[in-house]
Design a protein around this ligand. Sequence first.
Ligand code: ADE
Length: 225
Amino acid sequence: MRIDIITIFPEMFEGPFSHSIVRRAQDKGLVEIHLHQLREYTSDNHHKVDDYAFSGGAGMVMMIEPVARIIEKLKGERVYDEIIYTSPDGELLNQPIANHLSTFENLLILCGHYKGIDERIREHFITKEISIGDYVLSGGELAAAVITDSLVRLLPGVLGNEVSALSDSFQDNLVSPPVYTRPRDFRGWKVPEILLSGNERLIEEWKFEQAVERTKRRRPGLLEV
Ligand code: ADE
């Protein structure tokens, strides 16, 4: 998979993409992530990417010209399965959307900024708008990093079998059951006996019951879909 990200803050991705699973996936050649500085596609000396909104109102609006230039350049180089815009009014990211996007070859993500982007960008270039939650971030970079992380961990070969993405919370509309490691007894706080029993069938039943119980208590909405 290849993911291209258009941003005015490429440095913001250094942390999330240089560690852990996303880093390992890149090192193994399972994903290529390319960051593009939008300011390099401006035509003025000040590398301006935003301007005042027609009709006034608070906040600057991302201009169409540099965005059109970079998107058209990238589209000339390969076919994108989706061109995603990160925005609080987009479709709410969930596991089925992440699963679906992870099956694609080429994704392009445009990070939103300021008060918004010229509506014509959305109309003419964007094929999917994604929000990562009902709150407003300062920009789309963190959202793009979250989306990328949620996809990359699903790519075949990225996770070892022992931590397969199939056992993640949400894959079966259940949150994960509790897990424990050594010591068996910490200050009298004991690991449930059943997990030490070695009885695979009973352990699987226990995990399933715990997952259902937790989901009912914490995220009942997941059981309604
Ligand atoms: N940009 C600002 N807030 C956002 C959100 N909640 N999701 C995606 N992009 C955003």
